[in-house]
Design a protein around this ligand. Structure first.
Ligand SMILES: NC(=O)c1ccc[n+]([C@@H]2O[C@H](COP(=O)([O-])OP(=O)(O)OC[C@H]3O[C@@H](n4cnc5c(N)ncnc54)[C@H](O)[C@@H]3O)[C@@H](O)[C@H]2O)c1
Length: 267
């Protein structure tokens, strides 16, 4: 298990990011959260303080490249180089393609995809210099299978999976590790209203347990975490012709999962 005492850990987004941040802080890491929502940052900081921990919150819109670079410089200057970067912030609109406003499609790509590039470019050089560090990508099971009503989100999460795999290849002869997490739906509220047909095989995940599993995977330098493991069967189903793959997705209720989606806007 990796020792994270005094390590600088940066988590973007404070949904499930809040729980990962608290877990790392409890292990003695110096944790920073970036979020554009000041209220969310305040809540995490207060929760940490209530546990005798300290988490630093910085307002940062990760979809803004200049802002990411500026915040990264400030953070590194004040706390030293980032040891573990957890790219977690994400957004979803949850509408069929033709009902999704163009602006939102672009925003999804900026937050869920392009921000991965800006944060990696900001923090990777110092990791390479020290030959040590860890880049974590919170993708999704939606990065393993396309879902009706989630075209922009799935495309962004497939991109996140591809981003992770490519940098893993680039970094494999270095001391820098990567982890990609592909969870099924989690009960944070981001996907409120979604349904699962077989809750025993594909349960809506509890955020506390999911955050713990992701932190454990990082500490163990695990490259890939699929939750629940059954969601990994999509990788095997890909060996079959698309018609069979699609029929299996229908059978498991994947294409009806979004029928009653409300998300954060409809909560
Ligand atoms: N909730 C799920 O069902 C689920 C399932 C699989 C994967 N994921 C992924 O896990 C990650 C975390 O999801 P969550 O459930 O905690 O979501 P959430 O909505 O609870 O939290 C997302 C956080 O990201 C922040 N954020 C959004 N846009 C931002 C921006 N431009 N700059 C900075 N911060 C921004 C929000 O303010 C919020 O605090 C996301 O990448 C999501 O796609 C979620």
């Amino acid at each position: 298990m990796k020792n994270v005492k005094n390590a600088v850990v940066l988590v973007t987004g404070s949904g499930i990011g809040r729980l990962m941040a608290l877990d790392f802080a409890e292990r003695g890491a110096r944790v920073v959260i970036w979020d554009l929502n000041a209220g969310a940052l305040k809540l995490v900081q207060e929760e940490a303080a209530g546990k005798g921990l300290s988490i630093r919150g910085m307002i940062c819109d990760i979809s803004n490249r200049q802002e990411v670079y500026a915040r990264a410089e400030r953070l590194t200057g004040e706390m030293g180089p980032v040891d573990i970067l957890i790219n977690n912030a994400g957004i979803v609109q949850g509408r069929p393609l033709l009902e999704t406003p163009d602006d939102f499609i672009e925003k999804t790509m900026r937050v869920n995809v392009l921000a991965l590039f800006w944060t990696a470019k900001a923090f990777l050089p110092a990791m390479i210099q020290r030959n040590s560090g860890h880049i974590v990508t919170i993708a999704s099971a939606a990065g393993l299978i396309g879902v009706r009503g989630l075209t922009d989100y799935c495309a962004s999460k497939f991109a996140a999976v591809g981003f992770n795999e490519s940098i893993r290849m680039e970094l494999r002869r270095t001391g820098i590790r990567t982890t990609v997490a592909c969870p099924f739906f989690i009960d944070t509220g981001m996907f409120s209203g979604v349904k699962t047909r077989f809750p025993l095989l594909l349960p809506i995940l509890k955020s506390s347990r999911t955050a713990k599993k992701i932190v454990q995977a990082v500490l163990k330098n695990k490259e890939l975490l699929i939750l629940p493991p059954f969601a990994g069967s999509t990788l095997i189903l890909r060996l079959f012709p698309p018609r069979l793959f699609d029929a299996a997705a229908d059978f498991f209720g994947i294409n009806h999962a979004m029928d009653e989606f409300k998300g954060r806007n409809g909560q």
